[in-house]
Design a protein around this ligand. Structure first.
Ligand SMILES: [Cu+2]
Length: 198
């Protein structure tokens, strides 16, 4: 779907203007089961800017996004080998728009999924700092001629990873990082990181 079509759709739905059609991680799926809107997900509580990229790469918010250090009560149970899916949306509340509006097509770039062992997943101030390791990455598919962000759109905004079979039992945070590079070669460079944790 082209951006112009998205805009028309949103205007028709009476939604607010969609500035730059950024994106944010809203829904966590375990073995393809949706845990629910924002459930077990660390999300921004700024409704106007929830879909904005992080302003720079030195902010502690690089770990889990704005308000990402605030623990959430709901925890999802996963098993070694489970499929984890991260749904990104250009509009966090899809009750006002059609599902599947995940990101504007002009965003091109890779994604990666990270895990960090923590002592309590529901606690706050777990995210920033050491301990993260990468369990999945995808970038440019030279056969298809597409970036992962371009595949995101027909895939309902879903990124996926598999829980490593050797992950130790206990609590973990899992972090999704989507990186749009369409402004990264401009002056000043503006790589757009969209990160969130479950
Ligand atoms: Cu953007």
């Amino acid at each position: 779907m082209h951006f112009s079509q998205v805009k028309i759709l949103l205007v028709a739905a009476g939604a607010v203007h969609l500035t730059n059609a950024h994106t944010t991680f809203t829904n966590f799926f375990v073995d393809r089961v949706d845990q629910g809107d924002g459930t077990a997900v660390h999300m921004s509580n700024n409704i106007q800017q929830a879909t904005y990229p992080l302003p720079n790469v030195t902010t502690p918010d690089m770990a889990c996004g704005v308000n990402g250090e605030t623990g959430v009560a709901r925890i999802a149970s996963v098993n070694a080998g489970s499929n984890l899916t991260f749904e990104y949306r250009a509009v966090p509340d899809v009750s006002t728009v059609s599902r599947g509006v995940s990101i504007d097509l002009n965003h091109k770039g890779p994604y990666a999924i990270y895990v960090k062992k923590v002592t309590d997943s529901s606690a706050s101030h777990n995210a920033a700092g050491d301990g993260w390791f990468k369990i999945m990455e995808d970038g440019y598919d030279s056969v298809a001629g597409k970036w992962c962000t371009e595949k995101l759109i027909p895939n309902d905004g879903h990124l996926s990873a598999t829980v490593p079979s050797d992950l130790a039992p206990g609590y973990s945070l899992v972090r999704a990082e989507l990186l749009a590079l369409h402004q990264a070669d401009k002056t000043p460079p503006d790589p757009q990181f969209y990160v969130g944790c479950a």
